[in-house]
Ligand binder design. Structure first.
Ligand code: FE2
Ligand code: FE2
Length: 325
């Protein structure tokens, strides 16, 4: 499918820059926020009051928005799937303590705080059937995912560039919608998570930029292939108790669309941003096949726009087991 030896060589070269990547795009452990910074302190006198306040705001949240927040938390909690997948990419050698495996560990360590914070929030908020959330999470990790990248680093970095941007948008929107109803504490939690995602997106986009410099035709073909397959979300196999893998996904994505947290328009906007960031239009020195891929990619936002304009916002009648009735 692709020339693995060239991929390994490119990854080896880029691997020399991993320390720079970590310094530029990640934050040292003792300087970065921790979930506890944003949660009520059980040893404080105000704890009961703080939890009550948190619960009141959670009760008032719009149903579709609340469900989206829960699904976002579960998506974050399936981090073991993502880490093990990325660890397996060609050129990421786990037994070596330096290089790409160090990037993956450091990135995972930052990501791990997201599910941790949201899970504790949901536990405290009193509106969630945590057992059902836990069942969905356990299933999601057990079911894994297939994101169509194989173990190709180029395809995987396209995927993560896209995905980190999508999670940035999603957390940011939940945060600003929460803020509109005065729920400033939840808004701040989502805001700090979104800021992490933005840094991560920048990092993965930078990796792709570097690969475009080293192996432009193959990078272009990998980008095209991912967009032809469409980027599936990491939680696409989501289910509730009693369901088959993937059965819940459509309902969750309808909720996110309905709450205006993540829509078809966002998909197109992310693609357009990637085309701009990677200056796809101006990349030269491509072979014939890659030139065709470049042409396809440049026309894709326009084509997707025509389809998206015809899609109506879904009605949401589905009752999630996650939410206490
Ligand atoms: Fe995250
Ligand atoms: Fe992320």
């Amino acid at each position: 499918m692709y020339n693995k030896l060239v991929r390994l060589e490119v990854m080896r070269n880029l691997g020399k820059e991993v320390n720079n990547f970590i310094n530029s795009y990640l934050t040292p452990v003792e300087k970065i926020w921790q979930p506890t910074d944003f949660l009520p302190d059980p040893s404080a006198e105000t704890f009961k009051y703080d939890v009550e306040e948190l619960q009141t705001y959670a009760q008032e949240m719009d149903y579709a928005l609340f469900v989206t927040l829960i699904g976002d938390c579960i998506t974050e909690e399936a981090l073991p799937s993502y880490e093990s997948w990325i660890m397996g990419i060609d050129g990421v050698e786990q037994e070596k303590s330096s290089g790409w495996s160090q990037w993956v560990r450091s990135w995972t360590a930052e990501e791990n705080r997201h599910g941790d914070l949201l899970n504790k929030y949901l536990y405290l908020c009193g509106r969630v059937n945590m057992r059902e959330v836990e069942i969905t999470t356990q299933y999601l990790i057990q079911d894994g995912f297939d994101i169509g990248t194989s173990m190709d680093p180029y395809r995987n970095f396209v995927y993560t560039s896209f995905q980190e941007t999508a999670t940035n948008i999603s957390h940011r929107r939940v945060g600003s919608l929460a803020k509109q109803t005065g729920n400033t504490k939840l808004s701040r939690m989502c805001g700090v998570i979104a800021a992490d995602e933005a840094r991560h997106a920048k990092a993965y986009k930078h990796f792709v930029t570097r690969i475009f410099e080293l192996d432009p035709s193959e990078m272009m073909l990998a980008f095209e292939d991912m967009m032809r397959k469409k980027i599936v979300m990491p939680a696409h196999l989501m289910r509730e108790s009693g369901q088959k893998a993937g059965e819940l996904w459509g309902h969750f994505s309808d909720a996110a669309q309905r709450a205006m947290v993540y829509t078809g328009q966002d998909y197109i906007n992310i693609l357009s941003d990637l085309l701009n960031d990677w200056k796809i239009e101006h990349i030269s020195g491509l072979n014939e096949k890659a030139e065709k891929a470049q042409e396809y990619l440049m026309k894709l936002p326009g084509r997707l726009q025509k389809i998206t304009d015809r899609i109506a916002t879904p009605d949401l009648q589905y009752q999630f087991k996650w939410v206490k009735s």
